[in-house]
Design a protein around this ligand. Structure first.
Ligand SMILES: Nc1ncnc2c1ncn2[C@@H]1O[C@H](COP(=O)(O)OP(=O)(O)OP(=O)(O)O)[C@@H](O)[C@H]1O
Length: 620
């Protein structure tokens, strides 16, 4: 076949329903689109006035009003902006995908730098048909000799345009709401949608209901209507203009969170891209609080979506905040964003700012930083695990809480740990016995008790090859024991004898037992489990590995007996493993050791309590 070239043709009857129904996934988006258009209309007029291309009344009260008429089943979006001439309606409304916003930007880009126009594509207006059968436009251009125009379309591909009725400059968009959209005839629904998308819109938005009595104070005086939005949200201001109180109240009103945030980062960047925002580190009040953040993304003060992880690095989604980036398209398609180099730059800028803030706090306000650490450490650790660059940036600001209730860096800890071992506790209650052992010997250990810590420990070990973490109950460290007073031969025979005693008393097939001369006199027995075996156990628990279960490692624990303790000494001197007292002491020593290592099973606990009672009875 010979080569044939041509232009594709589109039938408006076919494409129009697609634009109306499927352009946007969210039903309520038409509110955002129509208010954005109204806001654009006002911004454009402001610009023209500024450059002396439009003459209008002094101090115009620029505003957008959304009016609900429940009886007539209409929702009207009114503005006193630039308006449209008949020619402009023909060009921008009757021709789908022809944007007056783009035209305006092209025409005036050199004459004004205040670029806040939202529209781009010339499609938003048609989202009105997602909830309407008929849409009317009543408009009058700002031009002195402009005639008003009325336009009407019933959702087909034809329209009617006639001489208009609007007396003042501006535009009314009247939506005749269908049954499908009847939710938008409810005050609550409309107000919530306006608040969701337009809370920070730069023009005041008012809501009105036809036939509703205006609000009055106690003396019967009319109250001025309150706008639904904040036209100059805090993040648009310079950080130097904002007080701590401003930041806190912005946080509370934006996130409905009445806990005070810990601290915040005000992002303010003009080059190489435009980005403003505030990121807050929330306080985690209770251990049951899940760390769940919320980052609201805006484009020129219009809400786009929450938690877009393509723009905001995943670990930062644990924070709360607002980010406004006018250079992002309003209708963000996630697959588009994933591959966008520009988005990657935004994301790494935000990450860097967060790291800078943490480092600055660490360097200049270490005490405050330590006060925040318990709240922020899971977030920082998560970030370090997720993002290599972030890890490198904040590595020097990692601190560790110790069993002495102080905070140290890794190098500060290692200065006093010649064996390069970092001892740590994961549960200060369960491991209290081991912790007090450390304290009694003036040895330090850090507390790593968050679920993220096991992954974090592996990360730190992989980055610092000569550093090894060991849980306080992993072994009896050199510093906690003296040389044994027994000879090697004696040790061997006694260990064999005691192993038999314990096997009998506990009815176990095997038990690993070791005699040590421990420095702590009060300690009779303890269970240790090597760091490797315990990590293996933890991993199996976490991933519930098929074919393996944590019980398989039970035999890997070692019962350490303190040869200096009178009870152990008593056992050493006995020959008869069947003796009732010997059996009772063995069982009790084992349970006591187990208790500070793990939880006893219900049966073991019952036996332990009953045996304890029997032993006490013997005292009387
Ligand atoms: N309230 C209004 N006042 C004045 N002009 C308006 C108004 N609403 C719409 N227009 C004109 O109609 C054009 C088309 O609007 P539409 O919402 O379809 O697209 P857009 O705003 O240009 O881009 P987007 O699809 O990104 O919203 C606008 O660019 C503007 O010129």
């Amino acid at each position: 076949m010979s080569l044939e070239k041509g232009s594709l043709s589109i039938h408006s009857e076919n494409i129009f329903p697609i634009i109306k129904k499927w352009l946007y996934s969210d039903h309520d988006i038409f509110v955002r689109e129509l208010i954005s258009n109204a806001s654009d209309a006002i911004t454009k007029l402001q610009k023209l006035v500024m450059i002396n291309e439009a003459q209008i009344e002094e101090n115009p009260d620029y505003k957008i009003t959304v009016t609900l008429d429940e009886e007539a089943k209409t929702l009207t979006f009114s503005d006193n902006g630039i308006g449209m001439t008949a020619e402009e309606i023909k060009k921008y409304i009757n021709q789908i995908a022809f944007s007056g916003a783009e035209d305006f930007i092209k025409n005036y880009k050199d004459k004004s730098d205040k670029d806040q126009i939202i529209g781009h594509f010339g499609l938003g207006f048609y989202s009105a048909f997602m909830v309407s059968s008929d849409v009317e436009i009543h408009t009058r251009s700002y031009l002195p000799d402009a005639e008003p125009v009325n336009w009407k379309c019933d959702g087909g591909t034809t329209f009617e345009m006639t001489e208009g009725t609007r007396e003042s400059r501006g535009t009314d968009i009247i939506l005749h709401i269908t049954d499908d959209g009847k939710d938008f005839l409810k005050e609550y629904e409309v107000k919530q949608t306006i608040k969701k998308y337009c809370s920070f819109m730069p023009v005041e938005i008012f809501f009105d209901i036809v036939g509703k009595e205006p609000l009055k104070d106690a003396d019967g005086n009319l109250l001025p209507p309150e706008p639904l939005n904040e036209t100059k949200p805090l993040y648009t201001k310079q950080p130097s203009e904002c007080t701590d109180e401003d930041y806190k109240s912005f946080y509370q009103s934006t996130f409905n969170d009445f806990k005070e945030p810990l601290f915040w980062i005000h992002l303010n960047m003009d080059y190489p891209f435009n980005l403003k925002g505030i990121l807050y580190f929330p306080r985690l009040n209770t251990e049951f609080d899940r760390i769940e953040g919320q980052i609201k993304l805006y484009n020129s003060q219009v809400f786009v979506a929450d938690n877009i992880k393509e723009v905001i690095p995943e670990f930062l989604l644990l924070l709360k905040g607002v980010i406004d980036c006018p250079d992002l398209p309003l209708n963000v398609s996630r697959s588009f964003l994933q591959n966008d180099g520009f988005v990657k730059k935004i994301s790494s800028y935000i990450t860097k700012k967060v790291a800078d803030k943490l480092n600055a706090l660490y360097k200049t306000e270490r005490e405050t930083y330590e006060g925040f650490w318990d709240d922020i450490n899971p977030f920082i650790k998560f970030g370090a695990l997720k993002d290599e660059k972030f890890y490198e940036n904040v590595e020097k600001s990692f601190i560790y809480k110790t069993i002495e209730d102080t905070y140290v860096t890794l190098s500060e800890y290692l200065e006093k740990a010649p064996d390069k071992k970092v001892y740590y506790a994961t549960d200060t209650v369960q491991q209290a016995q081991y912790i007090s052992l450390f304290k009694s010997q003036e040895m330090n250990a850090v507390i790593l008790d968050h679920p993220i810590d096991s992954a974090f420990i592996s990360l730190i070990e992989s980055k610092n090859e000569d550093v090894k973490f060991e849980r306080v109950d992993a072994d009896v460290s050199e510093a906690l024991r003296n040389n044994s007073s027994l000879t090697e031969e004696e040790q061997k025979t006694l260990t064999e004898k005691l192993t038999d005693f314990f096997k009998k008393a506990l009815d176990l097939e095997a038990i690993t037992l070791r005699l040590e001369n421990m420095k702590s006199e009060n300690l009779s027995s303890m269970i240790v489990l090597s760091e490797e075996s315990r990590r293996m156990q933890d991993m199996m628990k976490m991933y519930s590995m098929p074919g393996m279960n944590a019980d398989m490692l039970k035999g890997e624990t070692t019962l350490v007996l303190n040869e200096q303790h009178p009870l152990v000494d008593y056992l050493i001197k006995q020959d008869d493993g069947d003796n009732e007292t010997v059996q009772m002491i063995c069982a009790q020593l084992y349970d006591l050791a187990l208790l500070s290592h793990t939880q006893l099973s219900p049966e073991a606990m019952t036996a332990f309590i009953s045996r304890s009672n029997t032993l006490l009875t013997k005292l009387i």
